[in-house]
Ligand binder design. Sequence first.
Ligand code: ATP
Length: 346
Amino acid sequence: MDVTIKNIRKEFGQFPALHDISLSIRSGELIALLGPSGSGKTTLLRLIAGLDRPTAGQIFFGQNDASEKSVQERHIGFVFQHYALFRHMTVADNIAFGLKVRPKATRPPAAEIRKRVSDLLDMVHLTGLEKRYPSQLSGGQRQRVALARAMAIEPTVLLLDEPFGALDAKVRKELRRWLREFHDRTGHTTFFVTHDQEEALELADRVVVMSQGKIEQVGSADDVYDTPNSPFVFSFIGESSHIPVTVRDNTVLFQGEPISITEQGADSAGELFFRPQDVEITSDKASLYGKVTACRRLAGTRIAEIDIANEGHEPYHLEIEVPLDAPVAVGAEIRFRPTRWKLFRK
Ligand code: ATP
């Protein structure tokens, strides 16, 4: 089901939690809503679900304006961070719940419910555990039951609010891969809330980056990582450093000196952003120059922390990736320059 969000605004009292949000989602897309705490992800999800009403704007499911529809009428599947399974019900009864509580006219026959539960158990790889109670499952298994329960009603849209947030890192990673496969098999339009950028990049077809109640950027993992359109997106997605620069005659200057970077356009000031891995060590004088204050080893590489002097102020502190065989030790002074960067002009 396509989902179109048009000029949505949500205020809590005087506080605008969402400002004029618009977004078009194609049927079958897996969308990550990514942003720091308080950016409005859950608020947006609740509006899509119909749990809250927007202050202004509309939400369409397909061609239909769902803005005034109830949660039930929207036919949404939900999974939240804190598993809301019924503790006194078995796994099978939990999954069947949404079907069993339907009015008689639309409730499938018992045999069909059993078949659907069995298919869903198979899909979430929990066959054999149908008679267990939630307390007899691991956290990851519980979340898969929650997902199967959400899917049982054959929802138009699936909404997942940090569904793996309470689980440990390893289980999270497994469930992430599993969810991607599950989505590819079932093809539901899915919104997935996370504040974990790695999770968003790995899982989603498109990532919606949010900050302070606004959408900063919408794009594929490659788009938001490789071509971030704002300083916020650049630094929120992945590691980064930035330094203040000026541009004169298409040459980028740091502290008044060229650093072998050209940028076309009018003379201006700005911030030059780059990632730790997009740096090379050089002997060229037209480069950045700093002192190594710490070094740490990662699997195949090393990270050096560098201080660049800033007369009369705190030094600029940044991190760069250096090859294992580079002569970089604590206390050394090195020259380096970004090989890829993004200049945000003021
Ligand atoms: P988190 O990652 O911490 O869950 P989030 O991005 O999901 O954050 P929201 O829960 O959508 O953020 O909250 C967005 C803003 O709206 C926050 O500043 C929050 O305090 C505020 N807010 C959310 N719900 C309410 C409410 N019911 N009443 C008043 N303010 C609210």
